[in-house]
Design a protein around this ligand. Sequence first.
Ligand code: KE4
Length: 423
Amino acid sequence: MSLFDDAREVIAGGVNSPVRAFAGVGGEPVFFKRARGAWLEAEDGRRYIDYVGSWGPMILGHTHPAVVEAVTETTRQGMSFGAPCVLETRMAEKIRALMPSIERLRMVSSGTEATMSAIRLARGHTGRDTIIKFEGCYHGHSDSLLIKAGSGALTLGVPSSPGVPAALAEHTVTLDYNDTEALDAAFESLGERIACVIIEPIAGNMNMVPAEPGFLTRLRELCSRAGTVLIFDEVMTGFRVAKGGAQSLLGIEPDLTTLGKVIGGGMPAAAFGGKQTIMTSIAPDGPVYQAGTLSGNPVAMAAGLATLEHLDRPGFYESLDRLTGEFVSGLAELAEAAGIPLAVEHAGGMFGFVFTEDAPIRRFEQVAAADVERFRAFFHGMLDEGIYLAPSAYEAGFVSAAHGDDEIAKTLDAAKRVFAKLR
Ligand code: KE4
């Protein structure tokens, strides 16, 4: 019996989140027992350079001393009060300082909760039911958003999940990412009926697909004109692509932002927030209900705060962007030398690569048409070399501040050998 066999005896599918099951690449998932910096250690003692980083949270690298100390010390004082504590205020102040569009926020425990709550808030605030999302974007697994979703839903081939009532799904309109004409047409026909548009300002759940500048500018204009709430889902890009998230890179201010991953520093913490005029509709101030037993949990706040305080240091993002850029351009050069078409993208510590000659990637259908078999072979080749990449062709990858020139060099050496086998 393997560890995965044991897990499957008691855990649905053997995993607590589907994308971990290696269904997208074949084979059995690696079970890890410890991590440090840029490295993971498996139960069998093998060590891997980690480019998943727990799907984004581990931007400082694993077991950063400042984060471990903050968690340890806070735990000693108390793990959860179910009552306000000052750490929550400090966390909200820190997030607002880094992302000024967030005038008020509410902490929750997962990105799914954050986006689900933001959608309900937008519907309650506007009195409208219709929402717009984009094919290939993933915003967690709440019912209204599991329509043509990316990430694990796409990996498993169920972008629109069973179990979502048609009566609810009909209120979700799905458009093509970067299709400005479709956007204009949707607002032309639906306009004042649209409660909100939710979008990943840099998509990371259909591999990495940047929004084209004009597309988001047009979206902002259309939402403002129609009184539609613009929600930037920055669960992945928040404090990952830049200190102020994708919105600071793009110079576009959403009405609401959802956050997660990095703000928990590896602990369960996420948030939604934005204009006070909208957030005032959330209970207890307003009628839109939202709640959570462990929302703002002190230990998670301590981990998140220690992480965010570290990101605020001079040169942090410049260095992360340089290293990630060197990594993906090195990958592209090696692939080209091996005669293998590879499209790459990166922003800050987030990157993507797609086996296709149809570059640059700006549409979901380009990703859908890419060579997934070659991705699978590359994934396993790299895994055998001790490099842990996201086990899905539809995910982004992440470099941490703990990755250095040595890790990148080792990774590119491995890629050269693997590309040679893929020719
Ligand atoms: P969680 O509920 O998994 O904390 O967050 C949902 C979510 C919301 N928005 C965006 C942009 C996201 O990327 C996510 C979650 N990302 C996936 C990986 N792409 C989480 C990994 C998993 O599902 O196990």
